[in-house]
Design a protein around this ligand. Structure first.
Ligand SMILES: Cc1cc2nc3c(=O)[nH]c(=O)nc-3n(C[C@H](O)[C@H](O)[C@H](O)COP(=O)(O)OP(=O)(O)OC[C@H]3O[C@@H](n4cnc5c(N)ncnc54)[C@H](O)[C@@H]3O)c2cc1C
Length: 335
């Protein structure tokens, strides 16, 4: 029986893979990718499968599961570098850092997936993003077959994007984060989180408390994986919050300054265009807890999911003239 991508993705969608390999060491990961590239076999890297929308037809090539799992810690008294292999489960790393009294990652608790995928879209939540902490990466450049050491300046990090985002040229092998040695998390900038912690924005709180509150908040929004809860059978936010010039901001739309433009709440745009929580057709609906997550209620197909996504994208564009783009990696399909 071929492996289905549906069994490897949090949306539980996607057809069969022609071949599946698992890499448990970085050397294996490099060798598997190089070998496939030498014969021209298409490669799909899969970490936690939490940002992948794969065609019902599946993947006609090799799926390489990133299952490397170790990290090194290089410390001094006040700060330390955590250098993690790509396959380290992200939230395990965050939990470990909080227990160990390392400050920096707590606000990114509960984000699904693996560490190697975090630089791809500069993962972030509640006012933090990995670009704030990444100090270096090891990357396989598939165009040369060489492993390179990249400084963060080379990564082109932006809001939910990087030099790795719209290309399959690079394989992230290791990611190094600089953390500080302290039980206190960095200042909390995100209003809702600060309010729930009972502090003012810009104040600090213990990392353990930040983690606890973030996990609670995420759980209440269906943003923590739970196999028994269809609201979490998703890729998290399906659409990216659009960044637009000032004159395009609709009246009343929550927005945040990004360089000289404004980032808008995609959830607000979707709501105001008439698509409310739970909206959908058949086996695909918006989450009942979060307007930005498209969910598989069980038995859905990728085509069904995309059909609903198109109705929402077109509805928002007709109402506001703003075109939403998908955040996840679409494989073998287009929106
Ligand atoms: C319930 C839920 C909540 C979420 N909340 C957030 C959130 O708060 N913030 C946020 O930013 N994201 C969020 N996401 C999205 C997702 O969790 C992140 O993008 C995560 O980093 C994806 O990791 P992954 O290992 O699952 O990647 P996968 O889905 O396995 O892969 C994603 C893409 O990266 C590529 N890739 C994977 N590993 C590597 C590698 N080592 N080198 C090169 N390419 C690679 C894959 O080929 C694919 O194109 C959420 C998703 C879900 C389901």
């Amino acid at each position: 029986m071929p492996t289905l991508l549906a069994d490897l993705t949090t949306l539980r969608l996607g057809g069969p893979a022609a071949r599946v390999e698992s890499a448990t060491t970085t050397e294996q990961l490099v060798d598997l990718v190089r070998a496939a590239d030498a014969t021209g076999e298409p490669v799909l890297l899969v970490g936690g499968g939490s940002n992948l929308v794969v065609a019902d037809a599946g993947w006609d090539g090799v799926v390489i599961l990133v299952r490397t799992a170790t990290f090194d810690v290089l410390g001094s008294r006040d700060s330390l570098i955590v250098d993690a292999e790509a396959g380290v489960v992200w939230d395990d790393l965050v939990a470990h850092s909080v227990r160990a009294g390392w400050s920096g990652l707590a606000a990114m608790s509960g984000i699904p997936g693996l560490t190697g995928a975090t630089p791809i879209q500069n993962v972030g939540a509640y006012g933090s993003e990995v670009a704030d902490l990444i100090v270096g990466l090891h990357v396989l450049d598939r165009s040369t077959g060489e492993v390179e050491k990249w400084p963060p300046e080379r990564c082109g990090f932006g809001f939910r994007t990087s030099a790795f985002k719209h290309t399959d040229r690079y394989v992230v092998l290791r990611v190094a984060f600089e953390l500080t040695t302290s039980p206190v998390a960095p200042p909390v900038r995100y209003l809702e989180l600060a309010r729930r912690l009972g502090i003012e924005p810009g104040d600090t709180a213990p990392s353990a408390q930040v983690r606890e509150v973030v996990l609670e908040l995420r759980g209440s929004k269906g943003m923590l994986l739970d196999p028994s809860d269809h609201d979490t059978w998703s890729v998290g936010s399906f659409f990216v919050n659009p960044v637009v010039p000032r004159e395009l901001v609709p009246d009343g739309c929550p927005n945040w300054v990004v360089d000289d433009q404004l980032k808008l709440s995609a959830a607000w745009l979707i709501e105001q265009a008439g698509f409310h929580k739970g909206y959908g057709r058949g086996n695909v609906t918006l989450s009942t807890k979060h307007t930005l997550a498209l969910t598989n209620r069980g038995g859905a197909t990728t085509e069904e999911l995309l059909a609903v996504a198109r109705v929402i994208r077109d509805g928002v564009e007709a109402r506001f003239g703003i075109r939403l783009r998908p955040e996840a990696h679409l494989v073998g399909v287009e929106l």
